[in-house]
Design a binder for this molecule. Structure first.
Ligand code: NAD
Length: 283
C-alpha cells in the first residue's frame, strides 16, 4: 500500500497537515494548490506543524523531518495527479470551488482513483455528484490538528460502495487513524454539534455577557473541554466556520444555524483566527 501515490489538493490548514501525516506514514505525496504564494509557504507550514506535533504527540518525531519532506512534491499545476491512487481534496469550504476542482481532476485522474472529500459540512452525496464515478468517493472529515487527532469521521455518500468504504478505512488505518463511519447529512455528527456551540459562544461575546477568555475558561474548567469553543474557532479559521454555518443554514433552513453577526464582522475585518494572527485571540 505504501508505494501508492497520494495527491492532496488544497494546501491550506488541512492540506499541509494532511500532507505531513500521509508522508510520515511512508507514502509519496503531491501537494497542489492553485495559489503560488500558498505553495511557496507550504514547506514552512509543514515544518512548523511537524515541530508542534512532536511537542504534542509522543513518538511523532521518530520519523525525521527531512525524510518526510523528501516524500512531498509541491505543485501549482496538476502534473503527476494522473498517477495518484488516492486523491484527498481539501480546498476551501465552498461548493463552487470544490465543483471546479472535481471538474478539473475528472479530466486527469485515473478512473479507479479513490476520492477522499474533506469537508466540514457539505453533503458528501452532493459533492460526489460532481465526480464521474460517485461510487469511488467518500467523505473524510479529518480533525484539526491532523497529526494530533486520530479520530476521523468517514461519511458514506448515497452511492459510496462497500469496497470504497473498506479501501478508505484501510488507508486511514495505515496512517494510524481511527475512522468512525457514519451516514451522510450536512455537518455530519461533529460539526452539527460543534458549530452550534462555537456560534452560540460568539453570540455570548457579542451580547457582552462574557469575554472570549471567560467563555473558554467556563467550558474547559466546568465541562472538561480540552479547548474552549472560541479557541477552537480560531484554530479552524473563522472564515471556514462562517462558510460552514452558511452551509448548515442553507441545508436545513433552520434558524438555529444562523451565523452570529460578530463572526461575520470578524471575517470581513480579516480577523480569521490563527491563520491571520488575530481572531478571538492574538497569535
Ligand atoms: N480548518 C479546519 O479545522 C478543518 C477541519 C476539518 C475539515 N476542514 C475542511 O477542509 C477543507 C479545507 O479547509 P482548510 O481549513 O484547509 O481551508 P484553507 O482556507 O486553509 O485552505 C484551502 C486551500 O484551498 C485552496 N484552493 C481553493 N480553490 C482551489 C482550487 N481551485 N485548486 C487548488 N486549490 C484551491 C486555497 O488556495 C487554500 O490554500 C474545507 O472543506 C474545510 O471545511 C477544515
Amino acid at each position: 500500500m505504501h508505494n501508492q501515490l497520494i495527491a492532496i489538493i488544497g494546501a491550506g490548514v488541512m492540506g499541509c497537515a494532511t500532507a505531513l501525516d500521509v508522508a510520515r506514514a511512508g507514502y509519496r505525496v503531491i501537494l497542489q494548490d492553485h495559489s503560488e504564494s500558498v505553495i511557496l509557504q507550504a514547506p514552512d507550514v509543514i515544518r512548523r506543524e511537524y515541530r508542534s506535533a512532536c511537542f504534542l504527540k509522543q513518538g511523532y518525531g521518530e520519523v525525521p523531518l527531512d525524510i518526510i519532506m523528501d516524500r512531498i512534491s509541491f505543485r501549482i499545476q496538476d502534473e503527476g495527479v494522473e498517477e495518484a491512487n488516492v486523491i484527498i481534496e481539501n480546498v476551501t469550504e465552498n461548493i463552487e470551488s470544490k465543483k471546479e476542482v472535481y471538474a478539473r481532476l475528472s479530466q486527469k485522474a485515473r478512473p479507479d482513483a479513490l476520492y477522499a472529500l474533506n469537508t466540514s459540512c457539505i453533503s458528501v452525496t452532493k459533492l460526489a455528484s460532481f465526480l464521474p464515478d460517485p461510487r469511488r468517493a467518500i467523505g473524510v472529515h479529518l480533525m484539526n490538528p491532523v497529526p494530533v487527532k486520530s479520530m476521523v469521521e468517514v461519511i458514506k455518500g448515497h452511492h459510496t460502495t462497500p469496497e470504497t468504504e473498506q479501501e478508505m478505512v484501510a488507508f486511514l488505518e495505515s496512517l494510524g487513524k481511527n475512522p468512525v463511519v457514519i451516514e451522510d447529512l450536512p455537518g455530519f455528527v461533529s460539526n452539527r454539534l460543534s458549530h452550534l456551540l462555537m456560534n452560540e459562544a460568539a453570540f455570548i461575546v457579542q451580547d457582552g455577557i462574557a469575554t472570549a477568555e471567560q467563555v473558554d475558561a467556563i467550558m474547559k474548567k466546568g465541562f472538561s473541554y480540552q479547548m474552549g469553543p472560541l479557541e477552537t474557532a480560531d484554530l479552524i479559521g473563522l472564515d471556514t466556520v462562517v462558510h460552514s454555518l452558511k452551509v448548515l443554514y442553507d441545508s436545513y433552513q433552520d434558524p438555529k444555524f444562523r451565523c452570529c453577526p460578530l463572526l461575520q464582522k470578524m471575517v470581513d475585518a480579516g480577523h480569521w483566527g490563527r491563520k491571520t494572527g488575530q481572531g478571538f485571540y492574538a497569535y
